[in-house]
Ligand binder design. Structure first.
Ligand code: BES
Ligand code: ZN
Ligand code: ZN
Length: 498
């Protein structure tokens, strides 16, 4: 799908559908389109009357015209101007795409200038609207053989703006890169575990690395053994699929700092010997959503050439029960040297993240590290599907990540890392155990575990188990994998690079 800005010669604009926002408390018709009014028969009175209570978000009216180049105008409700915000903007733009699907129309114009109230940050607003179009348009269709029912793919959207400021083109590109990176993360997460094995994930990473000129370090089973990443290897040992720690670096000559990202990449989490109940187990294909989000973020950081260095470490494994699998009670020595008593093989994410975090910190020495992981069911109990948890001892980092999340529509809510919780993760035999001795505070104790594998580097952990999938569907974010974290990370890294 191509999205472009149309500013010139609107009189000769030729477009099968023109979509206009209508607010309940604002005049709808843009001056630049006055030439079209005489072609509306009859001119709907409501267009010029106030107030118009019927124009709720997503309500729409089709007006067929007598104009031969713009045969159809869609008036699409936008609610009250006074209540307009970023989230409503995303929904409106996603809904515009849905209208096109309903009409089976592959080209449309959307009128921008002066029609949408500006939010505090016009750049952010425009970027998010464009990204919403791209995420609304995208579906994972790889496994559907009967495709007749699907509407045709949208080819072109012209954003109509008689006097676009120069920077609009750059914002348009950023929005497109962001939307596509979110879609990449969604696609990876949506792919089933038989199709997306750790090895296939690495292949996708190599392909992207070619495009973006990343430096890659890929550790396979043998290399992991040599480096004694036994916590990561322990999780993988029950599976026939080889584990990997794949590290991609994006470098910029003007960079002043290096950001380290880690994403949990469990391509399927059966629980291992501590096997999960069969109900909803299929959802555990999404257990690599952290890795997918980090890969998406690295792609968009690269595409937008942010002046900063980013190193992304993705531990990729499958967690399966078998005769070779790790057992409850087994003790392994992690890469850091700390020993871990594995009480529950289903608390596997923290094991692979432990080795990835220590290795990233030691070898790449980033200035700051953030990990994203579908780590605990407990975070879903705490926050549901509306926000991810952020856990960090650095208040500035928490604040910056939460601000980025607000720009992205990816909410973060803080949970504490108080010293007292550490007691719960002590093992009688080893240095740490992988689950708490008591029930409760599962999202916190998981983060407390990770914390022991991070040295002095500023670090934040995002538990995205509730938001990687399972969020309520919206026009711009259909059901299933959400790509949560991609945009948030980009806004955050972009703010660091300024
Ligand atoms: N991948 C799961 C966490 C998860 C649960 C993600 C639900 C998405 C939805 C993780 O590996 C896990 O199994 N965690 C256990 C930890 C427990 C054994 C301490 C959990 O949350 O039950
Ligand atoms: Zn698990
Ligand atoms: Zn898991």
């Amino acid at each position: 799908m191509k999205v472009q800005i149309r500013s010139k010669r609107l009189q000769i604009l030729e477009i099968p559908v023109l979509i206009l926002p209508v607010f309940q408390d604002k005049k709808v018709w843009p001056h630049a389109l006055n030439f079209l009014i005489e072609h509306l028969h009859p001119v709907p009175d409501q267009l010029f009357q106030h107030p118009r209570p019927e124009w709720k978000l997503h309500q729409k009216r089709l007006i067929y015209t007598t104009h031969n180049r713009i045969p159809l105008v869609v008036l699409q409700g936008a609610g009250k101007e006074s209540e307009w915000n970023l989230d409503k903007a995303r929904q409106w733009w996603g809904a515009a795409l849905q209208v096109m699907n309903e009409l089976k129309e592959v080209k449309a114009g959307i009128y921008w200038d002066g029609q949408f109230p500006q939010t505090r940050d016009p750049e952010n607003l425009f970027i998010e609207c464009v990204a919403a179009l791209h995420t609304a348009a995208y579906r994972v269709t790889h496994f559907q053989t009967e495709r007749e029912e699907l509407p045709p793919e949208v080819e072109m959207i012209e954003i109509i703006h008689p006097h676009p400021p120069k920077r609009l083109t750059k914002w348009l590109e950023t929005g497109e890169h962001l939307g596509k990176a979110v879609n990449l993360a969604r696609q990876l997460a949506e792919f089933p575990s038989n199709e997306l094995t750790p090895q296939v994930f690495v292949k996708r990473m190599r392909e992207l690395g070619e495009i973006h000129k990343w430096q890659l370090e890929v550790l396979d089973r043998k290399a992991l053994e040599k480096k004694r990443m036994n916590a990561l290897l322990a999780v993988a040992q029950g599976s026939d699929h080889s584990p990997y720690l794949a590290i991609a670096s994006y470098r910029h000559p003007a960079a002043k700092q290096t950001v380290g990202l880690v994403g949990k990449g469990v391509t399927f989490d059966s629980g291992g010997i501590s096997i999960k109940p069969s109900k909803n187990m299929e959802e555990m294909k999404y257990d690599m959503s952290g890795a997918a989000a980090v890969l998406g973020a690295l792609s968009v950081v690269s595409a937008t050439r942010l002046p900063i260095n980013v190193v992304a470490a993705l531990p990729l494994v499958e967690n399966m029960p078998s005769g070779k699998a790790i057992r409850p009670g087994d003790i392994v020595r992690s890469y850091s040297g700390k020993t871990i008593e594995i009480i529950n093989t289903d608390a596997e994410g923290r094991l692979i993240l432990a080795d990835a975090l220590s290795y990233l910190e030691q070898k790449y020495q980033p200035d700051v590290m953030v990990d994203l992981a579908t780590l605990t069911g407990a975070v879903v109990v705490a926050l549901g599907n509306m926000a991810a948890a952020v856990l960090s001892e650095k208040d500035d980092l928490t604040r910056a990540l939460r601000e980025a999340g607000d720009l992205a529509g990816e909410k973060l809510w803080p949970l504490p890392l108080w010293e007292d919780y550490k007691e719960l993760m002590k093992s009688k035999l080893a240095d740490v155990r992988n689950i708490s001795t008591k029930s409760g505070a599962g999202a916190i104790t998981a983060a407390i575990f990770l914390q022991q594998f991070v040295g002095k580097t500023a670090w934040a952990h995002l538990d995205i188990a509730g938001t990687a999938y399972g969020m309520p569907a919206k026009s711009h974010r259909p059901e299933g994998a959400t790509g949560f974290g991609v945009k948030l990370l980009w806004y955050w890294i972009s703010s660091l690079s300024k």
